[in-house]
Design a protein around this ligand. Sequence first.
Ligand code: ZN
Length: 180
Amino acid sequence: MIAATQSNHPLAGVLPPKTVDPLVDASARMRKAGMRITKPRVALIEALARRTAPVAIETLHQELNTAPCDLVTVYRCLAAFEKIGIVRRSFQHNGTSMYELVLTARPKHYHIVCKNCGATEPVDYFPIEGVERVLRERGYAELTHLVEFFGTCPACQQQAAGNRVAQAQAATNVPPTERN
Ligand SMILES: [Zn+2]
């Protein structure tokens, strides 16, 4: 018998590649680091796991304000997560800190952030990994790096071009008497 919820999508029933549950992954790493697994920490991990892009502290706090997560707790949890490598901090063009879960199963990636609308997209690969390897070979340990890309996204460029056309049209429509 076919279950009512079964869809006709060609990929239905095809199992996704085996992934580690973010909470299981994060909990294991917290225990390894000697961190207690508390309710606020679990709530934060779950909130971060729902995101595909880095998120600001204020956004996380607003989302969790029914849970035992006041702003100070959110700050402290994220700082602790960052320290043991569960989250990675990145920055918006205006300097706002953004956080995302760093999962063991998820490939390393960087971000391109639009300076105008803040839209964020992952950048899958960057040769900086090679630089780290070279530095390790030169004897450096505990290497970290911070790479952020900023630009103006195609949608914002298109909108700006549209605004310029509208302004030019408005300027030519001004009656001659008002042009002085
Ligand atoms: Zn944009």
